[in-house]
Design a protein around this ligand. Structure first.
Ligand SMILES: [Zn+2]
Length: 85
C-alpha cells in the first residue's frame, strides 16, 4: 500500500514538474497576456454622450468632440457656434 501511494505521489510530482516545465518552454507571456489583452482591448461599453445642441445621445465615434463639448454631428457643432476649421 505504501509503495503504491509513493508511486502515485511521484507520478503527481512528475506531472506538476512537467507542466511547469512546459509552461516555461512556452513562455509565461502567451498564457498570461491573452486575458490581459481581452480585458484591456475589449471595450463593449462605448461612451455615449449627449449632444450639447440637441441633447440626443450618440456614440462617441459617430459625433464630434469640440474642446470637450460633444455634438451628434458637425451640423450641430456649427449650429452651437463652434468654429470648424
Ligand atoms: Zn445634436
Amino acid at each position: 500500500m505504501g509503495r503504491i501511494l509513493f508511486l502515485v505521489v511521484l507520478a503527481l510530482l512528475g506531472w506538476v514538474f512537467f507542466k511547469s516545465w512546459q509552461r516555461k518552454q512556452l513562455g509565461d507571456k502567451p498564457s498570461a497576456n491573452p486575458q490581459q489583452k481581452q480585458g484591456l482591448g475589449r471595450n463593449p461599453v462605448e461612451n455615449i454622450l449627449p449632444c450639447k445642441h440637441c441633447g440626443a445621445y450618440s456614440p462617441m465615434h459617430e459625433g464630434v468632440m469640440m474642446q470637450g463639448r460633444f455634438y451628434c454631428g458637425l451640423d450641430h457643432a456649427k449650429a452651437a457656434g463652434e468654429k470648424i476649421h
